[in-house]
Design a protein around this ligand. Sequence first.
Ligand code: NAP
Length: 485
Amino acid sequence: MSAENNTFLKNKNLIDGQWVDADGGETINVNNPATGEIIGTIPKSGKAETARAIEAAQKAFETFRKTSALERSKMLRKLHDVIMENQEALARLLTMEQGKSIVEARGEVGMSAGYVLWYAEEARRMYGDVVPSPWADRRIMVTKQPVGVIAAITPWNFPSSMLARKIGPAIAAGCTAVAKPATQTPYSGIAWGILCEMAGIPAGVVNILTGSASEIGGEITRNPHVKKVTFTGSTEIGKLLLKQCAGTVKKVSMELGGNAPFLVFNDADIDRAVEGAIAAKYRNSGQTCVCTNRFLVQSKVYKEFVEKFSAAASALKVGNGLEDGVQQGPLIDMNAVESVEAMIEDATKKGGKIVAGGKRHKLGGSFFEPTVIADAKPRMRFAKEEIFGPISPIFKFKDEEEGIAMANNTVFGLAAYFYTSDLGRMFRVSEALEYGLVGVNEGVITTVEAPFGGFKESGLGREGGHQGIEDYLESKYVCVGGLGL
Ligand code: NAP
């Protein structure tokens, strides 16, 4: 299936149920990172289009807020079904614009549907409380109400599922939404508009804009009708949006960057750890917020882990994600390649030893070899910075105390992994790690049923699980008095 005949490749924005161009007709080209081909041109919308989308969402909210939880649950079930009926087309579009392997893309689309189904179920469980009253003649009730219009800004690395985590709970709660997907991967975002239409979700409930990030973000954060901003992306832009939201005291959810440690203790099953390590690192070519940034390996098993892991990394098949058997696609663009090269150069200058990969892949473009660097040291850049590419630095630690201290020595706190066969250590280490998600003897742990989110500068709030709807709801305390009791 080519880009041209994919039903979901739509070069328009969705405002108030209408598919529209940018006011000035300006566009932005979108390319396929595996081939460099332009797959389409999207509208370059700005402040005025954003203001209209917010107005449409506000208007739609007045009726949508009155729908019953059961009605919204049914809409989400239908949305889940249309996603799954179109899983293959959506996955191919995702691979074409983002580069990840088709197997991963199918998985991501399946996960998007999974979030929607989960929130179809959670919609019916937004329970309030009836609290014992301190007054004989009054009763206390706490109810949940939708916050109103929400705005969602998402990154290029999971262009489908990052919106699922926001649109799903928003609709479940009775909110309406304005969404801005990343410019490099807009089609999986725009596809949500088509899917919502197919599912019969009313016009104006979900609006989608592409274009100038600063203009759209500026209007979203300034406009008093927007009651909540939910952002997934870099910590740098997250901090900027937090400041911008202060002016109108909006609710905020922030899913930001990570620097995930992956600890391997002397008592670990090394083969299982290597398998988990490959999945935790090279998924999406190392471009995920929960990808391992630092491997920390205890002294006795260091050599064995380095040998087995570098052999497994070297065996990964690199290529166009649409081809069968490919495990690692291209990086998103040449800036990403240059950033990865700069990190490798920094590490080798400071004594790091390349034991696998280390350079651009012979396929050219933004393809890069899965890379492993042994003898990693705390003074190297990747000890502190997010890599966002296929480099695995391997550090050494001597005992549990040092391993935990190294793992926690970062401003980030999103995901951490560790491998051990000692039951006591499983509890001690998982409790000591300052991270929102911890995988014990598992390298891939994200699931719709569990809360996802970070400690420290990795973010605010949680997505997924029953926690993921809370930020879309206001609690209201109602005191009913004069009962004549
Ligand atoms: P990014 O540069 O922060 O961009 C994310 C989104 O913000 C894009 O839609 C981008 O638009 C938009 N944006 C950029 N500048 C903006 C501004 N001034 N105002 C409003 N919006 C603005 O991040 P990225 O490079 O796409 O994604 C990678 C980052 O996301 C990594 O740090 C990764 O760890 C993080 N991430 C976190 C999670 C999590 O759940 N914690 C999940 C996935 C990714 P344009 O595309 O138009 O520039």
